[in-house]
Design a protein around this ligand. Structure first.
Ligand code: PA5
Length: 448
């Protein structure tokens, strides 16, 4: 199980600290919210108590392991879970290993942007004959995913290959262009459950296919997620998701409108990236559920220890009191390196003979204490090790925390109306029929 340490949030050394009493005052409200969530189980939680989604991926076993590469084409919630899973659970050199070293599992590439330099460099790398393209789009219409699909399909056809063999669509069970193309052309599909939105979809086939193709234990991911869900109805102080939501909410109300997630692990840094979307898109809202203009939201920021000690921590320590910091720590790294004795040099003797993991975790401890010393609040989540069980637990804990925070802020965590206008203007600029009225007009009225 993950270890959650909230002590430094309540410390009197934090100059605007919240107290245990402050939290207790919300006990009844949180119980009500948690019971409500459990009663109307959200789609992202419901799925982990069913085998349906795992089985839909396992059924493709014979098909996918014929390939050497899996290229995911998607954006936002259709890509970030894939990226987080691969970088957190596979070695960073995975795509450089031979097929034997990968034990027949696939190399995974995620194309989540329409930057031509980026897209071209990945397409240059892969042998299309040995590649399966997984086009992921819940709506089946997102411009970035669709343009990369068209490019991939163009290449497949140029090579004289059968699109039915080299494409799979992960999309809504009924709606959208991808679904209708799949129906017409009998292209294989995986369903995204209708009641799970993009940024909550990492444990649906959206994230599961690339995870399974790379040899990640997707059943253990579900076990971890279930472990997290089971804590939802715990008493408040044994309910990490509720405490994360509530403490962030209380500090937000004290002006701490930035939530930094600082991972002391290059692998966990990708969880911070996933969190960044979840917290931002779900909670940053102009209107509350009752239609009142509220303009709320806590800006999530990702940081990497120890690297950002030399970039960001000066600001965190001495800058404005607008941040609450979450440290991610690893207890036991998969690999470790002992710093060798190579010099009889007094100034370096404290390093020689130590392990890198000891240095990194001491740096975390140093930063954590310095942050407290500067009167700023932080919490710490410790991964006993980085594996499927703990990563699954992390995903579910934060999905629940986000929904609980949504209730506290009284906003709908599942919509994102603020991204629509930019999309419409892009459609207009690209000449999509029906969107002419959105063509950029420099004198257009300001949106309030
Ligand atoms: O969380 C969300 O809903 C969004 O970030 C979407 O995932 C993103 O916009 C991509 O949408 P789609 O999967 O429909 O292509």
């Amino acid at each position: 199980m993950l270890k959650f340490d909230f002590t430094n949030l309540f410390s009197e050394r934090v100059f605007d600290n919240i107290t245990i009493e402050d939290v207790k005052n919300y006990e009844e409200k949180i119980n009500k919210i948690a019971n409500e969530i459990d009663k109307n189980k959200p789609g992202f939680a419901e799925i982990v108590f069913s085998r349906k989604w795992i089985d839909s991926v396992l059924d493709l076993k014979d098909f996918i392991f014929e390939f050497d590469n899996l290229v995911v084409l998607g954006i936002g919630g259709s890509a970030l879970g894939n990226i987080a899973l691969q970088n957190t659970l596979k070695p960073f050199n995975w795509n450089f290993l031979s097929k034997e070293e990968r034990k027949g599992k696939l190399k995974i590439f995620v194309i989540d942007n329409v930057d031509p330099d980026y897209v071209a460099s990945i397409l240059d790398t892969i042998d299309v004959n040995k590649t399966l393209f997984n086009v992921i789009s819940k709506s089946g219409s997102t411009a970035e995913a669709m343009s990369n699909y068209l490019i991939a399909r163009g290449i497949i056809e140029t090579y004289g290959l059968d699109p039915k063999k080299h494409l799979i669509f992960t999309t809504d069970p009924e709606k959208g262009v991808l679904r209708s193309i799949a129906n017409k052309e009998s292209i294989r599909t995986l369903e995204i459950p209708q009641n799970v939105g993009g940024r909550f979809s990492v444990l649906t086939p959206v994230g599961l296919l690339s995870a399974y193709a790379a040899g990640i234990d997707i059943e253990a991911l579900y076990d971890g997620a279930k472990n997290a869900y089971k804590k939802l109805l715990n008493p408040l102080f044994e309910n990490p998701a509720a405490l994360i939501a509530l403490t962030h909410y209380l500090y937000y109300n004290k002006g701490r409108n930035i939530s930094v997630m600082m991972a002391y692990s290059n692998k966990l840094y990708y969880l911070a990236d996933w969190y960044r979307q979840l917290w931002a898109e779900s909670l940053g809202k102009k209107f509350d559920k009752d239609g009142n203009k509220v303009k709320v939201g806590q800006t999530p920021v990702k940081a990497l220890g120890a690297v950002d000690q030399h970039s960001q921590v000066q600001l965190y320590n001495e800058g404005p009191d607008d941040k609450i910091i979450t440290f991610l720590k690893v207890e036991k790294f998969k690999r470790d390196i002992k710093i060798p004795h190579v010099h009889d040099e007094e100034a370096l003797s404290y390093l020689q003979g130590s392990k890198l993991s000891t240095l990194l975790n001491n740096e975390l401890l140093g930063t954590e204490n310095a942050i407290l010393e500067h009167g700023k609040p932080s919490l710490k989540i410790t991964f006993p090790q980085i594996d499927e069980l703990h990563v699954g637990e992390f995903f579910m804990t934060y999905e629940l925390a986000t929904v609980i925070a949504g209730s506290l802020f009284n906003v709908n965590p599942y919509d994102q109306p603020g991204v629509e206008l930019g999309k419409k203007i892009t459609y207009a600029l690209m000449g999509r029929p029906g969107f002419e009225e959105y063509k950029i007009n420099p004198s257009s009225e300001r949106i309030e």
